[in-house]
Write a protein that binds this ligand. Structure first.
Ligand code: G3I
Length: 367
């Protein structure tokens, strides 16, 4: 961190203690296409990406490819506000290999090309997960047609296919996603059932072979503060490091809810993983609320975003902060949590919410 940042750090620390939310702001019109190039390259000093660049941080968003292709304002905002992007779905196994042996990298390649054209880095998501697996794989395992040896070979092939295809184009890979359950035990998935706990170390070793430059992350939700699940990851990571497994980062998704309150100990959690020699990132941040939204909830939401961002900025090796979508117009939340929503920085008309202002002010403090 540069000298001025010491002052900023002091301010961030004091804020970390009080968590005072930002004042409300009026919504602004989307950026005119004409000034796009300057804004894209961070020329517009008032964007999240320009402020994050000054703070030495990657600020990112999950990208919905159908919105990117069909909504010009969405596309403008992705390019203008973020210097990192994550594929919300198109790098997942079910999307890349819906038919066995037929790989569809088209949509993901399009995102990588978009990122390159806009001076953005790409986070890879995700090589191994228990969800969004192709039907042919889960049905084959369920019927017994695919036995453990074949499943292990298929997983290995998948890691080499995907990490190999994007070799040198991904700065951080979510190699293993959600491998520990909310009970703090290894999640009971086909991977654990058929391959045993060693599958986690295997995918990291394969991913490292396939793309030696990418930072390899283990990623999960409900691990932002100090709790049993985060403790279980701490022990798992310690063991993987002891076994010389090439794991480089701990990813905290950050799917929060105003109604649950926020664990103010995110910084302590981040610091203990960094003490194990890992870098850290917040990878899928959103703060949902019980609808309808109102001012107290919107300001509490702003505080939720700030708590995680301040922890990241105060930490030594927190390298990226990604939101899981940035506008309420495109969000996974209402479809998964009935009666909940409004989880993002901008409203459904791309208007700036208190959360957007809070993120901007927090970044400005660090730069
Ligand atoms: O691609 C199919 C399409 O062919 C079909 O017509 C359509 C209708 O059913 O479904 C499409 O698949 C949907 C997919 O998103 C792509 O849009 C799935 O139904 C839908 O379940 C899937 O939701 C994604 C969810 O992961 C799946 O679990 C969300 O968009 C995505 O935001 C969410 O992201 C996860 C992270 O990967 C991991 N951490 C939690 C996070 C939120 O659940």
């Amino acid at each position: 961190m540069v000298a001025g940042a010491a002052v900023a750090a002091a301010v961030l620390v004091s804020l970390n203690a009080t968590g005072a939310p930002a004042a409300p702001v009026a919504s602004v019109a989307p950026v005119a296409a004409a000034g796009q190039d300057a804004a894209v390259q961070g020329g517009n000093a008032d964007t999240l990406r320009a402020l994050a660049k000054r703070a030495g941080l990657k600020i990112g968003t999950a990208v919905d490819m159908s919105a990117l292709n069909n909504d010009a304002t969405y596309k403008d905002r992705v390019a203008a506000e973020f210097n990192s992007v994550t594929a919300e779905n198109v790098m997942k196994w079910s999307e890349i290999e819906p038919t066995r042996g037929v790989l569809n990298f088209g949509p993901a390649d399009q995102l990588v090309a978009f990122a390159k054209a806009n001076g953005q880095s790409v986070r890879g998501h995700t090589l191994l997960w228990h969800s969004q697996l192709p039907g042919w794989l889960t049905e084959g395992v369920a019927s017994g047609d695919i036995d453990s040896a074949e499943l292990r070979q298929l997983l290995k092939q998948h890691v080499f296919d995907v990490a190999g295809h994007f070799r040198g184009k991904i700065y951080q890979w979510d190699v293993a996603n959600e491998v520990i359950g909310d009970n703090g035990q290894l999640r009971d998935t086909i991977w654990l059932q058929k391959l045993g706990p060693g599958y986690i170390a295997d995918v990291f070793r394969w991913a490292h072979q396939a793309d030696p430059k990418a930072k390899l992350y283990i990623n999960d939700y409900n691990v932002e503060g100090l709790n049993a699940k985060a403790d279980a990851y701490y022990e798992l990571v310690k063991q993987l490091k002891a076994d010389r497994v090439p794991i480089h980062g701990f990813g905290m998704q950050g799917h929060l809810g105003v109604q649950f309150g926020f664990d103010g100990r995110a910084l302590q959690n981040v610091q203990r993983f960094e003490a194990l020699g890992l870098e850290t990132s917040f990878t899928e941040v959103d703060v949902r609320m019980l609808m309808p939204a109102d001012n107290p909830k919107l300001h509490a939401q702003a505080n939720g975003y700030s708590i995680l961002l301040r922890a990241c900025l105060l930490a030594k090796k927190c390298t990226s902060f990604t939101v899981w979508g940035f506008t309420d117009k495109y969000s996974w939340v209402p479809g998964f949590f009935t009666g909940q929503g409004a989880a993002n920085l901008l409203d459904e008309n791309f208007g700036q919410k208190p959360a957007y202002q809070a993120v901007k002010e927090t970044l400005a403090l660090a730069g």
